[in-house]
Design a protein around this ligand. Structure first.
Ligand code: EPU
Length: 342
């Protein structure tokens, strides 16, 4: 069935980077993002909004309907002095967008190269890596509210961004992103403070890096440290780094001097490394059937082939329980669970 701007396809597989079996009785593919509200209305209130499928864990294998935006338009809009505004539709592939901006001389996103997913998913979990979070570069987000039926642009402040979180993530069924308007820099403003990034540039013999050099270094680090979802199913970091009161971080630091603690962006709180906590509990490289913990990075759960979503979730719960028992710290999943609650 086809309507202007979207097509409804019966019984479709749902691509997801965990490579889990999942199907929708009806998949609405949206080619023109302005038709998204109507596609969502026809798909029904329980329809799942899919991005690139790179931050989902399908615990249920069959859903009624899903909606996916394929619109990949990018508009270089206004220049304001040293800033440049670029608007991208939700279906643009994130990494392609980063590379497009770099080639167009619009800077600031280079540390976010190679993150899987789409532009539409980026603000929902405020994607971040190597010292940059996407909220730093977002001016506005065009959002459809499925409860009120309204579509409008939300200001940066309304989006309620924080570490791997936003106002949209609080109720992911309610809000659908149509477009994101970015505010980038016309001159490079490099963020090189993240440990490992400077080392990677030095290793390549680069003293005065360009934004392209930074993107290339980030790509090399990610390829080395994180398992490639094309080869082995995974959703990147499975757990968020826990934010705890500074007094708790200090007490743990006294007991475990090697524990990494990072600024949490809020006074009196510290952000711990979930990878380190999980690694210390002996999980790295462990496997239960086809559900496992990556041997490359303790924060990444992997599907060795035929794991079910329920098996990955059971493994995640065991990991979280062991971290809670040993360190008294609660860790929470970063990907959205479909058909289960944490
Ligand atoms: N570490 C271990 N064992 C490991 C891996 C790491 O102990 O197996 C420790 C090390 O001490 C290391 C520290 O953990 O110094 C931090 O590791 P890393 O630099 O890889 O960063 P992360 O905190 O584990 C976060 C993001 C990643 C992002 C990197 C780089 C979250 C949940 N994850 O990982 O994002 O790429 O920083 O900025 O914040 C994602 O969200 O999917 C993701 C991959």
């Amino acid at each position: 069935m086809s309507s202007p701007g979207f097509t409804a396809l019966p019984d479709q597989p749902l691509a997801n980077s965990f490579a889990l079996p999942a199907r929708a009785c009806c998949l609405y593919q949206v080619d023109d993002v302005d038709a998204l509200p109507e596609a969502l209305r026809q798909a029904g209130s329980t329809a799942l909004m899919l991005g690139g499928g790179s931050n989902l864990l399908f615990v249920t294998e069959q859903i009624d309907s899903a909606v996916q935006v394929l619109d990949k338009r990018i508009e270089m809009s206004e220049n304001h002095g040293e800033r440049i505004s670029i608007t991208a539709s939700a279906g643009v592939i994130w990494h392609a967008f980063v590379m497009h901006c770099l080639a167009a001389g619009a800077y600031g996103l280079e540390n976010l190269a190679l993150i899987p997913g789409t532009v539409g998913a980026a603000p929902i979990q405020n994607i971040g890596a190597y010292g940059v979070e996407v909220m730093d570069l977002i001016e506005q987000v065009q959002v459809h509210d499925r409860h009120s039926g309204q579509t409008r642009w939300w200001s940066h402040a309304e989006c309620g961004f924080s570490y791997r979180d936003s106002a949209f993530k609080a109720d992911p069924q309610r809000y659908a992103v149509l477009r994101v308007k970015f505010r980038l820099w016309r001159q490079p403003r490099l963020q090189l403070a993240y440990a490992g990034l400077d080392t990677e540039l030095a290793r390549a013999g680069i003293r005065t890096p360009t934004p392209q050099d930074v993107a290339a270094a980030v790509i090399r680090i990610r390829q080395r440290k994180l398992p490639d979802p094309q080869r082995i199913g995974n959703a990147g970091s499975f757990f968020k780094n826990p934010i705890v009161p500074q007094s708790k971080a200090d007490a743990l630091r006294a007991q475990y001097p090697n524990l990494p603690v990072f600024p949490a962006g809020q006074s009196d709180f510290g952000k711990l490394s979930a990878a380190w906590l999980i690694d210390q509990c002996g999980w790295k490289g462990k496997r239960q059937g086809d559900a496992g913990v990556s041997a490359e990075h303790a924060l990444v759960l992997v599907n060795h082939g035929a794991a079910r979503g329920s098996e990955l979730l059971a493994l995640a719960r065991e990991i979280a329980a062991s971290v809670a028992t040993r360190f008294g710290v609660a860790i929470e999943p970063e990907p959205r669970l479909i058909g289960a609650h944490w």
